[in-house]
Design a binder for this molecule. Sequence first.
Ligand code: PEP
Ligand code: MG
Length: 440
Amino acid sequence: ADLRDVGRRVLVQLQPSLAAAGPEGLPEGGCILVAADLSPSETAQLDTARVAALVTAQGSPTSHTAILARTLGLPAAVAAGGGVLGMADGALAIVDGANGRIYLDPSEQDLASARAHMAEQQALQERVAAQRSLPAITTDGVRIEVCANVNLPEQVPLALSQGAEGVGLMRTEFLFLERGSTPGEDEQYETYRAMAQALEGRPLIVRALDIGGDKQVAHLELPREDNPFLGVRGARLLLRRPDLLEPQMRALYRAARDGARLSVMFPMVTSVQELLALRAACERLRAELDAPVLPLGIMIEVPAAAVQADALARHADFFSIGTNDLTQYVLAMDRQNPQLAAEADSLHPAVLRMVRATVQGAATCARPVGVCGGLAGDPFGALLLAGLGVGELSMTPNDIAGVKAGLRAASLRQLQALADRALGCEDAAQVRALAKEVTA
Ligand code: PEP
Ligand code: MG
Protein backbone atom coordinates (compact mmCIF):
# COMPACT_ATOMS: atom_id res chain seq x y z
CA ALA A 1 0.00 0.00 0.00
CA ASP A 2 2.86 2.37 0.84
CA LEU A 3 4.54 1.71 -2.49
CA ARG A 4 1.36 2.09 -4.50
CA ASP A 5 0.72 5.38 -2.69
CA VAL A 6 4.12 6.77 -3.71
CA GLY A 7 3.59 5.58 -7.31
CA ARG A 8 0.20 7.29 -7.49
CA ARG A 9 1.63 10.56 -6.17
CA VAL A 10 4.40 10.51 -8.78
CA LEU A 11 1.79 9.93 -11.49
CA VAL A 12 -0.25 12.91 -10.27
CA GLN A 13 2.85 15.11 -10.53
CA LEU A 14 3.26 13.99 -14.14
CA GLN A 15 -0.42 14.22 -15.02
CA PRO A 16 -2.43 16.41 -12.60
CA SER A 17 -5.77 15.35 -14.10
CA LEU A 18 -5.22 11.93 -12.47
CA ALA A 19 -5.61 13.48 -9.03
CA ALA A 20 -8.52 11.95 -7.11
CA ALA A 21 -10.87 14.24 -5.24
CA GLY A 22 -9.20 14.94 -1.90
CA PRO A 23 -10.85 15.45 1.46
CA GLU A 24 -10.74 19.27 0.98
CA GLY A 25 -14.42 19.42 0.09
CA LEU A 26 -15.52 17.88 3.36
CA PRO A 27 -17.75 19.94 5.61
CA GLU A 28 -16.24 21.67 8.68
CA GLY A 29 -16.30 19.84 11.98
CA GLY A 30 -17.14 16.35 13.06
CA CYS A 31 -17.54 14.31 9.88
CA ILE A 32 -16.76 10.62 9.61
CA LEU A 33 -14.72 9.75 6.53
CA VAL A 34 -15.67 6.36 5.09
CA ALA A 35 -13.44 4.86 2.38
CA ALA A 36 -12.47 1.52 0.89
CA ASP A 37 -8.97 2.28 2.12
CA LEU A 38 -6.83 5.36 2.66
CA SER A 39 -3.22 5.68 1.67
CA PRO A 40 -0.74 6.75 4.35
CA SER A 41 -0.25 10.12 2.58
CA GLU A 42 -4.00 10.75 2.43
CA THR A 43 -4.28 9.99 6.13
CA ALA A 44 -1.34 12.26 6.97
CA GLN A 45 -2.95 15.14 5.07
CA LEU A 46 -6.36 14.84 6.72
CA ASP A 47 -7.60 18.05 8.24
CA THR A 48 -8.59 17.11 11.79
CA ALA A 49 -10.77 20.24 11.95
CA ARG A 50 -13.06 18.57 9.39
CA VAL A 51 -12.58 14.85 9.99
CA ALA A 52 -13.53 13.51 13.42
CA ALA A 53 -13.17 9.78 12.67
CA LEU A 54 -12.16 7.29 9.97
CA VAL A 55 -13.82 4.12 8.79
CA THR A 56 -12.17 1.92 6.18
CA ALA A 57 -13.47 -1.26 4.59
CA GLN A 58 -9.96 -2.64 4.10
CA GLY A 59 -6.60 -2.15 5.82
CA SER A 60 -5.30 -3.60 9.08
CA PRO A 61 -4.72 -2.34 12.62
CA THR A 62 -0.94 -2.46 12.08
CA SER A 63 -0.90 -0.61 8.74
CA HIS A 64 0.80 2.75 8.47
CA THR A 65 -2.61 4.33 7.95
CA ALA A 66 -3.84 3.03 11.30
CA ILE A 67 -0.62 4.12 13.01
CA LEU A 68 -0.97 7.62 11.54
CA ALA A 69 -4.59 7.85 12.64
CA ARG A 70 -3.47 6.97 16.17
CA THR A 71 -0.77 9.64 16.04
CA LEU A 72 -3.31 12.22 14.87
CA GLY A 73 -5.60 11.15 17.71
CA LEU A 74 -8.37 10.24 15.23
CA PRO A 75 -10.75 7.47 16.26
CA ALA A 76 -10.67 4.87 13.48
CA ALA A 77 -12.31 1.55 12.65
CA VAL A 78 -10.30 -0.28 9.98
CA ALA A 79 -10.93 -3.55 8.10
CA ALA A 80 -14.64 -3.03 8.78
CA GLY A 81 -15.68 -4.90 5.60
CA GLY A 82 -17.33 -3.77 2.34
CA GLY A 83 -20.70 -3.22 4.04
CA VAL A 84 -19.59 0.16 5.39
CA LEU A 85 -19.31 1.54 1.85
CA GLY A 86 -23.11 1.29 1.61
CA MET A 87 -23.55 3.92 4.34
CA ALA A 88 -25.53 6.88 2.98
CA ASP A 89 -23.72 10.19 2.53
CA GLY A 90 -24.60 12.48 5.42
CA ALA A 91 -25.94 9.67 7.64
CA LEU A 92 -25.47 9.98 11.37
CA ALA A 93 -23.17 7.47 13.09
CA ILE A 94 -20.95 7.01 16.12
CA VAL A 95 -17.43 5.56 15.73
CA ASP A 96 -15.89 3.86 18.76
CA GLY A 97 -12.22 3.60 17.81
CA ALA A 98 -11.20 1.96 21.09
CA ASN A 99 -13.38 -1.07 20.39
CA GLY A 100 -13.52 -0.90 16.58
CA ARG A 101 -17.31 -0.42 16.44
CA ILE A 102 -19.62 1.74 14.35
CA TYR A 103 -23.14 2.56 15.52
CA LEU A 104 -25.56 3.53 12.75
CA ASP A 105 -28.67 5.70 13.18
CA PRO A 106 -28.03 6.52 16.83
CA SER A 107 -30.90 7.88 18.91
CA GLU A 108 -30.73 11.26 20.70
CA GLN A 109 -29.96 9.30 23.87
CA ASP A 110 -27.08 7.41 22.19
CA LEU A 111 -25.66 10.68 20.91
CA ALA A 112 -25.87 12.29 24.33
CA SER A 113 -24.12 9.31 25.91
CA ALA A 114 -21.38 9.32 23.22
CA ARG A 115 -20.83 13.06 23.73
CA ALA A 116 -20.61 12.62 27.48
CA HIS A 117 -18.09 9.79 26.97
CA MET A 118 -15.99 12.00 24.65
CA ALA A 119 -15.97 14.81 27.19
CA GLU A 120 -14.93 12.36 29.91
CA GLN A 121 -12.12 10.99 27.74
CA GLN A 122 -10.92 14.50 26.98
CA ALA A 123 -10.86 15.45 30.66
CA LEU A 124 -9.09 12.18 31.51
CA GLN A 125 -6.43 12.76 28.86
CA GLU A 126 -5.80 16.26 30.18
CA ARG A 127 -5.46 14.96 33.75
CA VAL A 128 -3.13 12.18 32.65
CA ALA A 129 -0.96 14.54 30.58
CA ALA A 130 -0.64 16.98 33.48
CA GLN A 131 0.91 14.22 35.65
CA ARG A 132 3.31 12.75 33.12
CA SER A 133 6.46 14.04 34.80
CA LEU A 134 5.59 12.37 38.13
CA PRO A 135 7.14 8.95 38.82
CA ALA A 136 5.03 5.82 38.38
CA ILE A 137 4.69 4.82 42.03
CA THR A 138 1.89 2.42 42.89
CA THR A 139 -0.43 3.21 45.79
CA ASP A 140 1.56 0.77 47.96
CA GLY A 141 4.81 2.57 47.18
CA VAL A 142 6.49 0.47 44.47
CA ARG A 143 8.20 2.42 41.73
CA ILE A 144 8.13 1.18 38.13
CA GLU A 145 10.68 2.86 35.89
CA VAL A 146 9.12 4.27 32.71
CA CYS A 147 11.44 4.88 29.77
CA ALA A 148 11.15 5.65 26.09
CA ASN A 149 12.11 3.78 22.93
CA VAL A 150 14.17 6.38 21.08
CA ASN A 151 16.63 5.88 18.22
CA LEU A 152 18.15 9.32 17.68
CA PRO A 153 19.58 12.01 20.00
CA GLU A 154 17.29 14.63 18.41
CA GLN A 155 14.26 12.68 19.63
CA VAL A 156 15.36 12.67 23.28
CA PRO A 157 13.99 16.12 24.33
CA LEU A 158 10.49 15.19 23.14
CA ALA A 159 10.65 11.88 25.03
CA LEU A 160 11.75 13.67 28.22
CA SER A 161 8.97 16.21 27.85
CA GLN A 162 6.52 13.30 27.65
CA GLY A 163 7.76 12.02 31.03
CA ALA A 164 10.47 9.51 30.02
CA GLU A 165 12.93 8.67 32.80
CA GLY A 166 15.55 7.36 30.38
CA VAL A 167 15.82 5.35 27.18
CA GLY A 168 15.07 1.65 27.57
CA LEU A 169 15.61 0.75 23.92
CA MET A 170 17.74 2.49 21.32
CA ARG A 171 17.31 0.47 18.11
CA THR A 172 20.72 1.02 16.54
CA GLU A 173 19.91 -0.77 13.28
CA PHE A 174 18.07 2.43 12.29
CA LEU A 175 21.51 4.03 11.90
CA PHE A 176 21.97 1.44 9.13
CA LEU A 177 18.44 1.16 7.76
CA GLU A 178 17.90 4.83 6.98
CA ARG A 179 20.93 5.17 4.74
CA GLY A 180 22.64 3.31 1.94
CA SER A 181 25.92 2.57 3.72
CA THR A 182 27.33 1.24 6.98
CA PRO A 183 28.15 4.00 9.50
CA GLY A 184 31.76 3.77 10.64
CA GLU A 185 33.00 3.46 14.23
CA ASP A 186 33.62 7.21 14.61
CA GLU A 187 30.17 8.15 13.39
CA GLN A 188 28.55 5.62 15.70
CA TYR A 189 30.64 6.90 18.62
CA GLU A 190 29.42 10.46 17.98
CA THR A 191 25.80 9.27 17.93
CA TYR A 192 26.05 7.29 21.19
CA ARG A 193 27.83 10.17 22.88
CA ALA A 194 25.20 12.64 21.70
CA MET A 195 22.47 10.30 22.89
CA ALA A 196 23.97 10.05 26.38
CA GLN A 197 24.54 13.81 26.50
CA ALA A 198 20.92 14.51 25.57
CA LEU A 199 19.85 12.25 28.44
CA GLU A 200 21.97 14.19 30.97
CA GLY A 201 22.88 11.19 33.11
CA ARG A 202 19.58 9.34 32.83
CA PRO A 203 19.86 5.65 31.97
CA LEU A 204 20.37 4.55 28.34
CA ILE A 205 20.07 0.99 27.05
CA VAL A 206 21.57 0.59 23.62
CA ARG A 207 20.58 -2.47 21.67
CA ALA A 208 23.35 -3.93 19.54
CA LEU A 209 22.45 -4.27 15.87
CA ASP A 210 19.31 -6.31 15.26
CA ILE A 211 19.49 -7.04 11.56
CA GLY A 212 17.54 -9.73 9.75
CA GLY A 213 13.90 -10.80 9.98
CA ASP A 214 11.79 -7.69 9.43
CA LYS A 215 14.90 -5.45 9.43
CA GLN A 216 16.67 -6.16 6.16
CA VAL A 217 19.58 -3.89 5.26
CA ALA A 218 19.98 -4.00 1.48
CA HIS A 219 23.53 -2.67 1.33
CA LEU A 220 24.85 -5.49 3.52
CA GLU A 221 23.89 -7.93 0.74
CA LEU A 222 23.21 -10.77 3.15
CA PRO A 223 22.27 -14.11 1.60
CA ARG A 224 18.57 -14.65 0.90
CA GLU A 225 16.87 -16.92 3.42
CA ASP A 226 13.67 -18.93 3.08
CA ASN A 227 12.66 -18.13 6.66
CA PRO A 228 14.41 -14.88 7.65
CA PHE A 229 12.62 -14.75 11.02
CA LEU A 230 14.12 -18.15 11.84
CA GLY A 231 17.42 -17.39 10.18
CA VAL A 232 20.65 -15.56 10.87
CA ARG A 233 19.29 -12.48 12.63
CA GLY A 234 20.16 -10.42 15.71
CA ALA A 235 22.86 -12.02 17.91
CA ARG A 236 23.30 -14.83 15.39
CA LEU A 237 24.42 -12.35 12.76
CA LEU A 238 26.62 -10.37 15.18
CA LEU A 239 28.50 -13.54 16.10
CA ARG A 240 29.13 -14.33 12.45
CA ARG A 241 30.06 -10.79 11.48
CA PRO A 242 32.78 -9.28 13.68
CA ASP A 243 32.98 -6.48 11.09
CA LEU A 244 29.54 -5.36 12.40
CA LEU A 245 29.90 -6.22 16.10
CA GLU A 246 33.37 -4.85 16.74
CA PRO A 247 33.05 -1.26 15.40
CA GLN A 248 29.76 -0.93 17.26
CA MET A 249 31.13 -2.19 20.57
CA ARG A 250 34.27 -0.12 20.20
CA ALA A 251 32.14 2.97 19.58
CA LEU A 252 30.05 2.19 22.67
CA TYR A 253 33.07 1.60 24.90
CA ARG A 254 34.66 4.81 23.67
CA ALA A 255 31.47 6.71 24.56
CA ALA A 256 31.51 5.04 28.00
CA ARG A 257 35.16 6.01 28.47
CA ASP A 258 34.04 9.63 27.94
CA GLY A 259 31.58 9.25 30.78
CA ALA A 260 28.41 8.18 28.93
CA ARG A 261 26.12 6.22 31.26
CA LEU A 262 24.96 3.27 29.19
CA SER A 263 24.10 -0.41 29.14
CA VAL A 264 24.20 -2.68 26.11
CA MET A 265 21.85 -5.50 25.25
CA PHE A 266 21.88 -8.16 22.54
CA PRO A 267 18.81 -9.10 20.52
CA MET A 268 17.50 -12.59 19.71
CA VAL A 269 19.78 -14.47 22.10
CA THR A 270 18.77 -18.15 22.21
CA SER A 271 21.50 -19.86 24.22
CA VAL A 272 24.00 -19.42 27.04
CA GLN A 273 26.75 -20.22 24.55
CA GLU A 274 25.83 -17.23 22.35
CA LEU A 275 25.77 -14.96 25.37
CA LEU A 276 29.18 -16.16 26.57
CA ALA A 277 30.67 -15.66 23.10
CA LEU A 278 29.28 -12.11 22.94
CA ARG A 279 30.53 -11.31 26.42
CA ALA A 280 34.01 -12.60 25.58
CA ALA A 281 34.15 -10.45 22.42
CA CYS A 282 33.02 -7.38 24.40
CA GLU A 283 35.51 -7.95 27.19
CA ARG A 284 38.40 -8.24 24.72
CA LEU A 285 37.41 -4.91 23.07
CA ARG A 286 36.88 -3.23 26.44
CA ALA A 287 40.33 -4.27 27.66
CA GLU A 288 41.95 -3.04 24.43
CA LEU A 289 40.34 0.37 24.92
CA ASP A 290 40.84 0.44 28.68
CA ALA A 291 37.16 1.37 28.96
CA PRO A 292 34.89 0.91 31.99
CA VAL A 293 32.89 -2.29 32.42
CA LEU A 294 29.36 -1.88 31.04
CA PRO A 295 26.26 -3.79 32.11
CA LEU A 296 25.64 -6.35 29.34
CA GLY A 297 22.11 -7.66 29.06
CA ILE A 298 20.02 -9.62 26.61
CA MET A 299 16.61 -9.32 25.05
CA ILE A 300 14.23 -12.14 25.77
CA GLU A 301 12.50 -12.66 22.45
CA VAL A 302 12.70 -16.42 21.92
CA PRO A 303 10.78 -19.01 23.97
CA ALA A 304 14.03 -20.93 24.59
CA ALA A 305 15.48 -17.87 26.35
CA ALA A 306 12.36 -17.34 28.45
CA VAL A 307 12.21 -20.91 29.73
CA GLN A 308 15.98 -20.96 30.34
CA ALA A 309 16.03 -17.54 31.93
CA ASP A 310 17.61 -18.94 35.11
CA ALA A 311 20.61 -20.26 33.18
CA LEU A 312 20.96 -17.04 31.16
CA ALA A 313 20.62 -14.92 34.30
CA ARG A 314 23.93 -16.31 35.57
CA HIS A 315 25.69 -14.58 32.67
CA ALA A 316 23.49 -11.56 31.81
CA ASP A 317 23.40 -8.38 33.90
CA PHE A 318 19.77 -7.67 32.97
CA PHE A 319 16.92 -8.79 30.75
CA SER A 320 14.65 -6.77 28.50
CA ILE A 321 11.69 -8.66 27.06
CA GLY A 322 10.87 -7.94 23.41
CA THR A 323 7.21 -8.84 23.40
CA ASN A 324 6.82 -8.13 19.67
CA ASP A 325 9.15 -10.94 18.70
CA LEU A 326 8.34 -13.10 21.71
CA THR A 327 4.68 -13.07 20.65
CA GLN A 328 5.44 -14.13 17.11
CA TYR A 329 7.73 -16.94 18.22
CA VAL A 330 5.51 -18.22 21.03
CA LEU A 331 2.41 -18.25 18.84
CA ALA A 332 4.24 -19.11 15.59
CA MET A 333 2.56 -16.14 13.89
CA ASP A 334 4.48 -13.79 11.60
CA ARG A 335 4.30 -10.32 13.19
CA GLN A 336 3.89 -8.77 9.74
CA ASN A 337 1.04 -10.91 8.45
CA PRO A 338 -2.14 -8.76 8.40
CA GLN A 339 -4.33 -11.88 8.30
CA LEU A 340 -2.99 -12.91 11.69
CA ALA A 341 -2.83 -9.41 13.19
CA ALA A 342 -5.85 -9.92 15.43
CA GLU A 343 -4.62 -13.29 16.75
CA ALA A 344 -0.95 -12.40 17.21
CA ASP A 345 -1.88 -10.76 20.49
CA SER A 346 0.79 -10.09 23.11
CA LEU A 347 -1.89 -10.45 25.79
CA HIS A 348 -2.20 -14.16 24.96
CA PRO A 349 -1.78 -16.11 28.23
CA ALA A 350 0.99 -18.18 26.60
CA VAL A 351 3.02 -14.98 26.09
CA LEU A 352 2.28 -13.81 29.64
CA ARG A 353 3.49 -17.18 30.97
CA MET A 354 6.78 -16.61 29.14
CA VAL A 355 7.05 -13.23 30.87
CA ARG A 356 6.44 -14.91 34.21
CA ALA A 357 9.09 -17.57 33.46
CA THR A 358 11.56 -14.81 32.57
CA VAL A 359 10.89 -12.89 35.79
CA GLN A 360 11.25 -16.06 37.87
CA GLY A 361 14.47 -17.05 36.12
CA ALA A 362 15.91 -13.56 36.58
CA ALA A 363 15.04 -13.60 40.29
CA THR A 364 17.34 -16.59 40.90
CA CYS A 365 20.28 -14.20 40.33
CA ALA A 366 18.47 -10.98 41.32
CA ARG A 367 18.64 -9.59 37.76
CA PRO A 368 16.38 -6.69 36.78
CA VAL A 369 13.76 -7.33 34.07
CA GLY A 370 12.29 -4.72 31.75
CA VAL A 371 9.98 -4.88 28.76
CA CYS A 372 10.59 -2.82 25.63
CA GLY A 373 8.11 -4.44 23.23
CA GLY A 374 4.74 -2.91 22.31
CA LEU A 375 2.95 -4.51 25.27
CA ALA A 376 4.79 -2.13 27.64
CA GLY A 377 3.04 0.88 26.06
CA ASP A 378 -0.43 -0.63 26.22
CA PRO A 379 -2.07 0.83 29.35
CA PHE A 380 -3.59 -2.51 30.39
CA GLY A 381 -0.56 -4.53 29.25
CA ALA A 382 1.67 -2.32 31.40
CA LEU A 383 -0.44 -3.08 34.49
CA LEU A 384 -0.19 -6.82 33.86
CA LEU A 385 3.57 -6.62 33.30
CA ALA A 386 4.05 -4.74 36.57
CA GLY A 387 1.89 -7.40 38.28
CA LEU A 388 4.08 -10.12 36.76
CA GLY A 389 7.14 -8.53 38.39
CA VAL A 390 8.60 -6.40 35.58
CA GLY A 391 10.38 -3.35 37.03
CA GLU A 392 11.00 -1.21 33.96
CA LEU A 393 8.81 -0.45 30.95
CA SER A 394 10.03 1.23 27.79
CA MET A 395 7.68 2.49 25.10
CA THR A 396 6.85 5.02 22.40
CA PRO A 397 6.99 8.47 24.10
CA ASN A 398 3.30 9.11 23.35
CA ASP A 399 2.26 6.17 25.51
CA ILE A 400 4.13 7.25 28.65
CA ALA A 401 1.54 9.53 30.26
CA GLY A 402 -1.27 6.95 30.06
CA VAL A 403 0.89 4.12 31.38
CA LYS A 404 2.18 6.19 34.29
CA ALA A 405 -1.33 7.28 35.26
CA GLY A 406 -2.55 3.66 35.26
CA LEU A 407 0.32 2.48 37.46
CA ARG A 408 -0.15 5.35 39.90
CA ALA A 409 -3.80 4.45 40.36
CA ALA A 410 -3.25 0.82 41.44
CA SER A 411 -1.45 -1.07 44.18
CA LEU A 412 1.12 -3.69 43.24
CA ARG A 413 -0.89 -6.21 45.27
CA GLN A 414 -3.91 -5.60 43.06
CA LEU A 415 -1.77 -5.88 39.95
CA GLN A 416 -0.25 -9.14 41.13
CA ALA A 417 -3.74 -10.58 41.66
CA LEU A 418 -4.74 -9.33 38.21
CA ALA A 419 -1.67 -10.94 36.62
CA ASP A 420 -2.39 -14.25 38.37
CA ARG A 421 -5.90 -14.24 36.93
CA ALA A 422 -4.55 -13.40 33.45
CA LEU A 423 -2.12 -16.33 33.60
CA GLY A 424 -5.06 -18.63 34.27
CA CYS A 425 -7.13 -17.39 31.30
CA GLU A 426 -7.73 -19.60 28.29
CA ASP A 427 -7.13 -17.03 25.58
CA ALA A 428 -6.32 -13.39 24.87
CA ALA A 429 -10.01 -12.44 24.74
CA GLN A 430 -10.46 -13.55 28.36
CA VAL A 431 -7.39 -11.54 29.36
CA ARG A 432 -8.76 -8.47 27.56
CA ALA A 433 -12.06 -8.88 29.39
CA LEU A 434 -10.15 -8.36 32.67
CA ALA A 435 -9.24 -4.88 31.44
CA LYS A 436 -12.90 -3.88 31.63
CA GLU A 437 -12.94 -4.81 35.32
CA VAL A 438 -9.89 -2.64 36.00
CA THR A 439 -11.34 0.42 34.27
CA ALA A 440 -14.90 -0.18 35.58
C1 PEP B 1 10.52 -6.64 20.29
O1 PEP B 1 10.72 -7.61 19.54
O2 PEP B 1 9.58 -6.59 21.10
C2 PEP B 1 11.41 -5.47 20.24
C3 PEP B 1 11.34 -4.50 21.13
O3 PEP B 1 12.30 -5.41 19.20
P1 PEP B 1 11.87 -5.04 17.71
O4 PEP B 1 10.42 -4.62 17.71
O5 PEP B 1 12.81 -3.97 17.27
O6 PEP B 1 12.10 -6.35 17.00
MG1 MG C 1 12.60 -7.78 18.46
